[in-house]
Design a protein around this ligand. Structure first.
Ligand code: 3HC
Length: 490
């Protein structure tokens, strides 16, 4: 019964541990926070006071409520103080040796009925459980950053977990105001398996020079509707944690896309760990670069490709003169497949850019190797006049947003196809764990299975990355004329 969890220990009071302690205390449980030394303990206390202080300042908590929450949390540097805890959750760094050593100690100190939970992001819960004499009482309870805000808890059961324990822990998660998704023990579980592959892919595209950091962030935030761009999110998660998760994923899958992008290693080695160290992909003090407002000097524009008529009408409405491509000062090729093929057929290939409108706010602007810098600048200015954020990028298959989105959707299909999690659980996990407006299967349905399948084929043809090849299930559904993958839900 979830009611049997009244006293909870939280070991490790970094960002995640302190957030988890706050969640338990807010739900009325007694919390014992443990850190390795007094300085770390003070930092942990500071996290909790800061977070509840913010809630107070925003009028989300009264002074009395805040005092009550903080009053439920005691702080110690001694594991022995966990002797009477009903559940202990570990949130220490993602290093297996540290976790195994800790669980050996917890097993010795805690009462036999206590549940030992790990908040590991990706490490094997089974391997952690195996260090104890009570593997049946060991489980994964994976929260998401910021823990007080994100509604998901992944409950990870192993082959040795006692029958019924996952259900009890899921009930506890509900008591905390969270939504549990219960899964088996695979590297990265549901969310990190899908999320880190996408984040690492973004880092690899940045390294390849497809587009700039802020442009990729803007594209995914404004174009895909994600709450944060990939680099802002990597900084939030921590680059060291992200690196470790990718390592673990790669070790299990041997999928090159999981091998940490070299830029992650470099930043981590340089001590740039993200928000926790003040600098990561972004720096804390970095001024927001004001978007340059180039005034387009082009009087005459030509639009090519699917939807050219409609877009030309909008341009005319905004005062631009629409002409033939041969006479145009700027040629916009509405496409998100390589556009250089169109450029080479024009008398002035330097005047052509590829254009992909994403949602209502973003326009990806792809320069080919022949595009002149002036042409790109003019195109950016023109798009700003139309109220869109231009995302400059190279002329590569699917440009930026779809190049990142489609492999993520493909991964979700593969995950479902492997029998690891249901369509509903994967959608719920991504929405509640990452704040996405829709789950991957909802997004697939919205975009159209065939569009995504064809996009993946184009990506595969361009990059020859094996995991970009459409999942067999996706291919078959398109062939069978099935419109919605969610129709497969029993
Ligand atoms: N602690 C407590 N509360 C916080 C917080 C924090 N660190 N950060 C934000 N909040 C609260 C705010 O107080 C506010 O609460 P209110 O609505 O009650 O006033 C609410 O969250 C929204 O905050 P803001 O208005 O300041 O900012 P945003 O609207 O931009 O939201 C965000 C911030 C919630 C972080 C949002 O950008 C988001 O959902 N980002 C995605 C985060 C994500 O993907 N997390 C998962 C990462 S993966 C992971 O953690 C797994 C691990 O294993 C790696």
């Amino acid at each position: 019964m979830a009611g049997t969890f009244e006293t909870v220990g939280v070991v490790g009071l970094g960002t995640m541990g302190a957030g988890i302690a706050e969640v338990f205390a807010r739900a009325g449980l007694t919390v014992i926070g443990v850190e390795a030394d007094p300085a770390a303990l003070e930092r942990g206390r500071g996290h909790l006071e800061g977070s509840t202080g913010r809630a107070l300042a925003r009028g989300k908590l009264t002074e009395a409520e805040r005092a009550e929450i903080l009053g439920r949390v005691s702080f110690t540097t001694s594991l022995e103080d966990l002797a009477d805890a009903d559940l202990v959750i570990e949130a220490i760094p993602e290093v297996m040796d540290y976790k195994r050593a800790l669980f050996t100690d917890l097993d010795r100190v805690c009462k036999p009925s206590a549940v030992l939970a790990t908040n590991t992001s990706s490490l094997s819960v089974t391997a952690i459980a195996a260090t104890t004499t009570r593997p049946g009482r060991v489980i994964g309870m994976h929260f998401f950053n910021p823990a007080p805000v994100m509604k998901l808890v992944e409950v990870v059961r192993t082959v040795t977990t006692d029958d019924g324990l996952a259900g009890e822990v899921a009930d506890l998660a509900r008591r905390l105001g969270k939504t549990p998704v219960t899964v088996g023990d695979r590297a990265g579980f549901v969310v990190n398996r899908l999320l880190l592959a996408y984040l690492n892919h973004a880092a690899a595209l940045l390294e390849n020079g497809l587009a700039g950091r802020d442009d990729i962030d803007a594209a995914m935030k404004l174009g895909a509707g994600f709450p944060m761009g990939p680099f802002a999110l990597l900084d939030l998660i921590g680059l060291d944690t992200s690196y470790e998760i990718c390592e673990v994923l790669f070790r299990e899958t041997r999928d090159r896309r999981h091998a940490p992008a070299p830029i992650l290693r470099e930043l981590v080695t340089a001590g740039r760990l993200g928000r926790k160290s003040g600098e990561g992909f972004h720096c804390a003090e970095e001024p927001q670069s004001p978007s340059p407002h180039e005034k387009p000097s082009a009087a005459s524009v030509a639009v090519l490709g699917e939807g050219a008529e409609e877009f030309s009408a909008r341009l005319s409405g905004a005062g631009f003169k629409i002409v033939d491509p041969e006479g145009a000062e700027l040629v916009l090729a509405l496409s998100h497949t390589p556009v250089v093929e169109r450029a080479v057929r024009l008398p002035h290939p330097d005047r052509l850019v590829g254009l992909h409108l994403v949602g209502d706010q973003v326009a990806e602007v792809a320069s080919t190797v022949l595009t002149s810098p002036d042409t790109a600048r003019v195109a950016h200015g023109l798009l700003r006049i139309l109220g869109r954020t231009p995302v400059p990028c190279k002329d590569r298959a699917e440009f930026v947003v779809d190049a990142l989105l489609y492999p993520y959707l493909n991964d979700a299909v593969r995950m479902y196809e492997s029998g690891y999690a249901s369509i509903e659980d994967i959608d719920t996990a991504m929405k509640l764990g990452c704040g996405y407006p829709a789950g991957p299967f909802e997004t697939l349905d919205r975009l159209g299975l065939e569009t995504v399948r064809d996009g993946l084929r184009a990506l595969y043809a361009e990059y020859r990355e094996p995991s970009f090849a459409p999942a067999p299930l996706l291919d078959q559904l398109v062939t069978a004329g099935v419109r919605s993958i969610r129709d497969l839900t029993p």
